[in-house]
Design a protein around this ligand. Structure first.
Ligand code: CP3
Length: 347
């Protein structure tokens, strides 16, 4: 029964570059602050509380599905979640994003990082996945996710978000042994973390290397590719993997080399041209500029048609934004976007 639904899911078919009756769509950050239902719950709980209470995480995962007819759900969590049990606690300071209690700068800091057991150290996530799978009754697939080693390394080295990645790149350039050890440990944790999510029931995974676009091709190849490649190689191959980053124009072919059944493309690239450079032997996901959703319906229509034209009806395109939905995005525009993609791509 479940198997049959999976075989017909346009999202999962597109991940395998098989033909679909229409282009599937889901949206990064489809659960979140643009929705009133989310903001109402957030008045009662902090973001991390919502991640750590499985019933709440499940509820928030399902919230957008009442309104928008997306072809996949993504489990409500955060890429930073495995870092706390590794020994680098953090909090979300008001309006500032994540702030870490201590930073990882030297070999002795890296030595202290714990290799986690995801079922024991992040049991709330596995439980949330089981609840959501049950509630979805196989209607649409559930996506699990993690950060990629580079993006997570940047958070724990800098102690938060960064402009120029000075400390991160300085470790790469000046303290190779510490960098390699840190990336090795993060990779080991992320392999365990993603495979645990797959065992708990996610039907696809996305690896977010959100900030990797700050690197040159040479640095990506030398300092990052081997680790991202190891993760993508060691994942349970029964589910597809999406490999995503932003500002990655110059890195896309290398990210493809690192692995993934589908490569995420942000809005700065022309999707058709990017796919050609990546190669047609993998799928692509993207790539509407999230800010287009603030514009009038006619603008959204024009941009959706342009992106669908660039994908050229080729099997393997998953429609998405180039990055997450922004707070204050009008909900009715998100509803309209999903319907438009389905309508204009219908065969
Ligand atoms: O896509 C989804 O709907 C699933 C949920 C999800 C969240 N974060 C929820 C969230 C996913 C996939 C993420 C990934 C994530 N988290 C990334 C990679 C994706 C990207 O945007 O590039 C990164 C870099 C993070 C780290 C993170 N989490 C930051 C920097 C922030 C604060 C910045 C901000 O937007 O306020 C978060 C908080 C966060 N993660 C929120 C949500 C819904 C907002 C929390 C709130 O205040 O309610």
């Amino acid at each position: 029964m479940m198997k049959e639904t999976e075989n017909r899911s346009p999202f999962l078919l597109a991940c395998q570059r098989k033909p679909t009756p229409y282009t599937p769509i889901w949206l990064m950050r489809q659960a979140g602050r643009y929705m009133k239902e989310y903001r109402d719950l957030r008045k009662k709980y902090s973001f991390l509380e919502m991640c750590k209470k499985p019933e709440l995480a499940a509820e928030v995962t399902l919230q957008p599905l009442q309104k928008i007819k997306v072809d996949a759900a993504i489990i409500f969590s955060d890429i930073l979640i495995p870092l706390e049990p590794m020994g680098v606690g953090f909090e979300f300071a008001k309006g500032e994003g994540p702030v870490f209690h201590r930073s990882i700068r030297e070999m002795k800091d890296v030595d202290r990082l714990k290799i986690i057991e995801p079922e024991e150290d992040t049991p709330f996530l596995m439980k949330a996945i089981r609840i959501v799978r049950k509630e979805l009754e196989g209607k649409i697939p559930l996506i699990g996710f993690s950060g990629a080693p580079f993006t997570l390394a940047s958070y724990i080295i800098e102690g938060g978000h960064s402009q120029n990645y000075i400390l991160t790149k300085s470790m790469m350039y000046q303290d190779r042994a510490t960098w390699d050890k840190l990336m090795e440990k993060l990779s080991e944790v992320l392999i365990r973390y993603l495979n645990a999510q797959i065992r708990a029931g996610v039907q696809a995974v996305q690896v977010f290397d959100s900030w990797v676009g700050c690197l040159s091709q040479a640095d990506y190849k030398e300092f990052v590719l081997p680790y991202s490649q190891k993760i993508l190689n060691c994942l349970n191959k029964s589910v597809p993997a999406i490999h995503f980053g932003t500002s990655t124009s110059t890195l896309l072919p290398l990210m493809k080399r690192a692995g993934g059944d589908v490569i995420g493309v942000d809005w700065r690239d022309d999707l058709g041209e990017a796919w050609k450079r990546i190669g047609y032997d993998v799928g692509v996901q993207g790539n509407l500029d999230p800010v287009v959703l603030f514009g009038p319906i006619d603008l959204i229509k024009k941009e959706v048609k342009r992106i669908l034209r660039q994908a050229d009806g080729r099997p393997g395109h998953i429609f998405n934004l180039g990055h997450g939905i922004l707070p204050n995005t009008p909900v009715e525009h998100v509803v309209a976007l999903v319907d438009m993609v389905h309508e204009y791509s219908s065969k």
